[in-house]
Design a protein around this ligand. Structure first.
Ligand SMILES: [Fe+2]
Length: 612
């Protein structure tokens, strides 16, 4: 039998480095570097992720046919140079700081990748938004679809739309740097005291507490919003194109003061700012989608790019019914572009046909490192750590997980292949009972070590989704926000409360996953993509009548999701998680020979992670 053709896609050097491997067009493996190095959002060359991909396929680097990088370094360099000319001398400092690293690492990237990998073959480059577009369309279930990619910035593009048809994607229009929906949202992320590139979720979670009283000011002063969703940002208010700061004094004056100090108290002003920028983004996304719908005449839309992870805007787009169906790439950030770049090479450059896969080609996003049901190596690792466990068959394991959760326990699951992308979908997840009002604060304080104004996200059996949420379509990758149905809501006695206290008042039968505006970031579970966890939830429903669980990522604040059995056990012992599932092993906290970490040990352990 002849060897399959192998393509490796890489993203690196910006944020969220990743690698993805295709064999004859099939996605064999994809993972982010952070999961291996334990550095959140690691942007370094993804040596570990590449090794993992090669190991999964059982091949050596020399057996790769193509290596494709997720952006075009020369075009990006041109953008940096041009921006420098336009804004000099204001931008001189940032240019001087950025230039040496560009010269050594980026412009000569081809040599760099060859050197890092010890390869002598040609490296190919796929334009950044084309990588996003390819990651959105090629794995989607659609024969043809409109494509929308929205992020901070690639080479020049910050937003593009186009069409995917058969084995080809074509981008037709773009918004160019410095006009950018992603950078606008990041500017508000920075201004409200959160970290750019990871705090955007927090800003979004804050919006339901606020009133959009700044929305008019944003629309009048900061930007010009076109009927087609295009924007022109008034650069007089921003610092990013000529310096290293997102916002400047004029911006601060416009919104009544300096940026919030990170970690300081969140006030009503930040909540109102969050609500305002969310409203403006929602409107922009809706206008773009209507424009693209009109211009393409297509019924399906696929999305990627960091802004496609704004589940609120995308949920509103889904509810507005502009397109009949949406599909969002689960790894919509730059990690997913590693996959997109590889798919672009396979279909578009090499001309291989595309056979739309049902339900899609992402295999549930379970493309990362595997924790198998049983392995001697994992047994040895756990023994060394002093772990004590029972081994159960799959059915008994599902039953025990469901019964533990029904008894009010918190169960962490590390089993099967890890998720590719930012969401835990059941392979590296912490599960709990969504019906318990105190679960939100218990899991936040005792397990994730944070106080959060965000509720947890629910997983629900696909067949019961409409009973609990006003869904318009399935959401297998937890990428759409839907309201809890009226019949599942309860009247909330929250008069006189404000801020995070509002979240403590039950608003539905599943309070731990219901936001203050009744919204929920829903994951619909089906047996095809996720047979094991679907089995757990079916048993939980038999026991309790409720087809919903809390599903949050298996990590603590500031840490990437756990990857290996060792990561899982250490995180389990450092927190107050009651039970751990590692492969087919079931571990109870009380049975562990070692005492859980005391407060001081835990503080030391947590210090390893950068707290954001
Ligand atoms: Fe991007």
């Amino acid at each position: 039998m002849s060897q399959p053709l192998r393509i490796l896609g890489i993203s690196a050097y910006y944020h969220d480095a990743a690698a993805a491997l295709l064999e004859d067009g099939r996605i064999v493996a994809a993972a982010q570097e952070e999961r291996f190095t334990r550095i959140k959002g690691d942007s370094a060359f993804p040596h570990h992720a590449i090794s993992f991909c090669l190991d999964t396929a059982g091949i050596h680097e020399s057996e790769l046919d193509y290596v494709v990088f997720y952006e075009n370094p020369l075009t990006k360099f041109e953008r940096l140079l041009t921006t420098y000319h336009l804004t000099a001398p204001r931008s001189f400092t940032s240019f001087v700081e950025a230039f040496p690293s560009w010269l050594t690492e980026k412009v000569w990237l081809e040599n760099e990748i060859a050197r890092e990998m010890g390869l002598r073959k040609r490296i190919y480059f796929c334009d950044h938004h084309l990588s996003h577009a390819a990651s959105a369309f090629f794995p989607s279930p659609f024969e043809s679809a409109a494509i929308l990619t929205v992020d901070g910035v690639g080479e020049w593009s910050t937003t593009t739309w186009g069409v995917g048809e058969s084995n080809h994607v074509e981008l037709r229009e773009q918004i160019r740097f410095p006009n950018s929906w992603g950078l606008l949202y990041s500017a508000f992320t920075h201004y409200t005291g959160f970290k750019i590139n990871s705090g955007e979720y927090k800003l979004m979670g804050l919006a339901p507490y606020g009133q959009p009283r700044f929305a008019d000011r944003i629309l009048d002063r900061l930007l010009r919003l076109g009927a087609d969703g295009s924007i022109v940002l008034n650069q007089a208010y921003f610092g990013y194109s000529g310096g290293l700061r997102m916002t400047n004094e004029r911006f601060h004056a416009l919104f009544g003061g300096p940026p919030r100090e990170p970690e300081s108290r969140i006030t009503q002003r930040e909540m109102d700012l969050a609500a305002s920028i969310q409203l403006v983004l929602d409107e922009g996304v809706l206008r773009m989608a209507r424009h693209v719908r009109t211009r393409t005449g297509l019924d399906q839309l696929v999305l990627a790019g960091g802004v496609a992870l704004n589940v609120v805007s995308i949920g509103r787009l889904a509810s507005a019914g502009v397109f009949r169906e949406l599909w969002v790439q689960p790894a919509s950030g730059d990690a997913g572009s590693a996959l997109g770049a590889a798919l672009w090479m396979w279909h578009q450059k090499l001309g291989h046909p595309r056979l739309p896969a049902k339900p899609d080609a992402m295999r549930g996003a379970f493309l990362g490192l595997e924790i198998p049901p049983a392995s001697r190596e994992d047994d040895a690792t756990l023994e060394k750590l002093g772990a004590v466990w029972d081994v159960l068959d799959e059915a008994a394991l599902q039953q025990r997980i469901a019964a533990s959760i029904a008894a009010g326990k918190v169960v962490a699951v590390a089993r099967g292949r890890a998720e590719f992308g930012p969401r835990a979908l059941g392979a590296r997840s912490i599960l709990g009972d969504a019906r318990l009002p105190q679960m939100q604060s218990h899991m936040n304080l005792k397990i994730k070590f944070r106080e959060s104004f965000r509720p947890f996200a629910p997983m629900v059996l696909a067949e019961d989704a409409r009973d609990y949420f006003d869904t318009t379509q399935e959401s297998p990758y937890m990428l759409l926000v839907y309201p809890v149905t009226a019949r599942r809501r309860i009247a909330a006695a929250d008069a006189g409360l404000a801020g995070i206290d509002l979240l403590k008042v039950p608003r539905s039968e599943i309070p731990a996953v219901t936001h203050v505006d009744h919204s929920a970031r829903v994951q619909t579970l089906d047996a095809e993509r996720n047979p094991f966890i679907t089995g757990v939830l079916r048993r939980f429903k038999q026991m309790t009548g409720c087809p919903v669980l809390i599903n949050t990522s298996f990590n603590v604040r500031g840490e990437p999701m756990v990857n290996t059995v060792e990561d899982a056990y250490r995180c389990f012992m450092a927190t107050e998680i009651d039970c751990l599932v590692a492969g087919n092993r079931f571990l109870e906290r009380e049975q562990q020979a070692h005492r859980p970490l005391d407060a001081e040990q835990r503080a030391q352990w947590l210090q390893r992670f950068e707290l954001d």
